[in-house]
Design a protein around this ligand. Structure first.
Ligand code: HEC
Length: 138
């Protein structure tokens, strides 16, 4: 069962890569590649998998009082894509280049969250997959 899920996820990644080659270049940071919406493929759910990562690790600081980026559930999606100080913080084609992943890894200083424990590899992978699938608000 688990193996089947991995095969399915690999297949989706392949599909994303195949379709992203027809994507129109809109600048250095690209959001939402033209992957046709298909309700039958497995999609990482923003509210079930991504927002909980922010709830657990970020919103103590990244709330309405933060000057740049509010990651509270009511606004986090809009903040990351459109309204945050340096939005977009995401990159669908090269997630490692996104400001969000670079902060989680500490490539962009300082690492987020500033104090351990930091976000696990598995959770960083989920965020990357969510980006590569087109950053859906689902
Ligand atoms: C202890 C408080 C604290 C926690 C917890 C924290 N941050 Fe931050 N974060 C900050 C502060 C303060 C800044 C602004 C200063 C800076 O850029 O380093 C910041 C900046 C950022 C920025 C850059 C914003 C910009 O527009 O320049 C990102 C992206 C970010 N944090 C993501 C996160 C994520 C994702 C988490 C959770 C996984 C997180 N942070 C957890 C305090 C925190």
């Amino acid at each position: 069962m688990k193996n089947r899920l991995y095969i399915q996820i690999n297949f989706i990644l392949l599909l994303v890569i195949a379709f992203s080659s027809c994507e129109k270049d809109v600048g250095p940071i690209r959001i939402r590649p033209l992957v046709p919406y298909d309700s039958t493929i497995y999609r990482i759910s923003f509210s079930n998998y991504i927002q909980p990562i922010f709830n657990e690790n970020c919103i103590g600081c990244h709330n309405a009082t933060h000057p740049f980026l509010n990651l509270h559930a009511s606004v986090s999606f809009d903040e990351l894509l459109y309204t945050g100080d340096k939005a977009p913080y995401i990159d669908s084609i090269e997630p490692e280049n996104s400001l969000l992943i670079q902060r989680l890894r500490g490539v962009e200083w300082p690492i987020m969250p500033p104090n351990p424990p930091h976000v696990s590899e598995a959770n960083i992978d989920s965020i990357k997959l969510w980006m590569m699938q087109g950053c859906y608000y689902n």
